[in-house]
Design a protein around this ligand. Sequence first.
Ligand SMILES: Cc1ncc(COP(=O)(O)O)c(C=O)c1O
Length: 340
Amino acid sequence: MFSLDALPYARVPLLGGPTAVERVASAGLTGGAGPGESVWVKREDRAGTLYGGNKVRKLEWLLGDALESGRDVLTAGTAGSNHLVATAVYGRAVGVQVLAVVAPQPDTPTARRNARILHAHAERLWVARTEAEVPFAFARAWAATRLFGGASPAVLPVGGSSPLGALGWVGAGLELAAQVAAGELPAPDRVYVALGSGGTVAGLLVGLRLAGLPTEVVAVRAAPSWLASPWRVQRLAGATLALLCRHGAHSVSLGGVRYVEGQYGAGYALPTPAAIDATSRAAAVGLALEGTYTAKAYAAMLAEPGGVRLFVHTANSWPLEPLLTSALDDVPGSLKGLLR
Ligand SMILES: Cc1ncc(COP(=O)(O)O)c(C=O)c1O
C-alpha cells in the first residue's frame, strides 16, 4: 500500500498514532440497528493531545513546512473557527508563531470559548468586521509582517485546505483501510464527514481510493456553498493526488462522493431541528458533538439507515480547561464583537 512516509515534505508529529474506530451502540440509532447494519465512529475528536478534531492531521504537514522553512504562518477564519484555534494552539506548542485574520460568525457557546483560546494562543490577530473586509485585513496583516524586511509568512488557506494540508486526510484514508484489513471494523459502505473548506473530504477520498476501498464518501455541507462545494473538493482532491503521483503514487479514479445539501439549514453555525436531535442521540451513546459541523453530519447519517456506516467525529473532545487561560473579559472588544 502507498505510504506517506516516503514523501519529501517535513511533518511534525502531532497525532500520537492512529485514531480509534469504535462501534456505536444501537441505542443511538433511529429504531436500533437492523441485520447486517452497524454504525462506527472514527475518533478523530481524540486526535493529538491538546486539541482534537480534523485539523490535527492537516497541521502535521502545514506546521512541518513552516518549521522547516523557519516561517510564521498567516491564516484566516471566523472568530469561533476550529482551524484558527487548532493552528494557534499547535503552532505555539511547536514554536511557530500564528498570525490570523478573524471574521464575524454567529455567537454560540463554542464560538465564545474558541475566541478565548485563540486570543490566548495566537501571536497577533487582525479583525475584519465584515466578510467583505477580509481581503483588506489580510493585506494589512501581510504588510505588517513584511515591515522592516521581515520574512514572508507561510499563508495557510481557510481551514488549512491546501494539497499539503489534505495529505493529513490522505493519511486518515490509508489508516482506515489498514484498520479494515486488520479486522477492527468491516469495510464501511458509507462514511459521513462534515464538509467545510473541503480538505478533510478531499484527502480522505484520495486515501481511500489509493488503498482500494470503494466506500462511498458522504460529504455533508456545513459551511456556505462558496466554500463547501463539490467543485472545490474535486479540484483539491485532484491536486492532492497529482502531488502524490509525483512521488510514486498510482493514479486512481476519484469518484464515489455524494454531497448532502439538506442538513445545512438557515446558515453557518445555525442549529437545525435534525442537528439538535442528532446531538442528543449522540450524547446518549457517549459522543459529544458541536452544532456547526458534527451534529449536521451525524444527522445525515441517522437519516440514512442500513449497511455499514462510519461517522467521522471531526470536532475536539479533549477537555479545554488547560487552554482556557484567557477569561472572556480579557478578550478585546474588537474580537468579541465579531460574535453576533
Ligand atoms: C469540527 C469540524 N468538522 C469538520 C470541518 C470541515 O473540515 P474541512 O474544512 O476540511 O472541510 C471543520 C472545519 O472547520 C470543523 O471545524
